[in-house]
Design a protein around this ligand. Sequence first.
Ligand code: C5P
Length: 306
Amino acid sequence: MTAAAVTARAPAKINLSLRVGPLRPDGYHTLATVFHAVHLDDQVTVTPVDGDAVTVAVSDEHGDPVPGVPVDESNLAVRAALRLREAAGLSGAGVHLAVRKVIPVAGGMAGGSADAAASLVACAELWDTGSSREHLASLAAMLGADVPFALRGGCAVGTGRGEHLEPLSMRAALHWVLAWSDTGLSTPSVFGALDRLRAGRPVPPPQIDQRLVTALERGLVGAVGMLVDNDLEEAALDLRPELATTLAAGRQAGARVGLVSGSGPTLVFLVDAQRASRVARAVAREPGVAGVRHVTGPAPGAALVA
Ligand code: C5P
């Protein structure tokens, strides 16, 4: 008997603060970050197939192909399915993953990690593995630094590589205008550029400003706007200097603040709801901007779609 298809969704993230510490021997950097999930979801639909193959197809919200996303075992959603299947001790259990991509590719919003989290949730349901959320989180941590947060969602302080999460309760909904670029940036290259820029400078252990945590917990949007920051911004702007002009355009149009999201090149502008469309129109006119969207956060983590 063949089970029906199962769909799960998972959110994109913004780093409200991203403090990057020293490079570790494993090639990762010690981080202290505040993750914030926003209402911009990818979906993964899993369908059982004969045999033991795990295949993937990726399309955008209109059903058109999405360039730049691997469709082999290097796809993080495929790796998630394989890891869960192995942990559950299943044999056979071939599955096809249909990824519906809305989160910009290579955009610094952890879209690949969202796909992996959605794949874990959907496959666990399809295969009836009975996996606890904690078990899925431990598999998520093996897949990538941002996958545990895509699973959890909301708002959380992340430490280690970003995988140790301390949830944070947020009062206010934040409004964001996102501006994504026509060309992605590779995360390792941005971290590498930061290492080059910092060569010879001492790099202290990363720490989140507690005032930001308090501002989020109390819903003080003005203070949040003054306290957001991103250590990777310097490196992303070094690789893509034109992003600075778009940041300036968004601020000039009334955004409280604009910053590079994660490793970029997606830019995020904290706005008051009534200014969102004005800011969106202004940044959409900038060269290299491929799309803009008004979203809110925090958003829930990976979950089945009814
Ligand atoms: O974990 P993930 O595969 O998303 O990380 C991609 C790359 O980003 C890593 O290979 C590493 O170069 C860089 N990275 C880092 N420090 C982190 C997270 C990511 O240097 N904490």
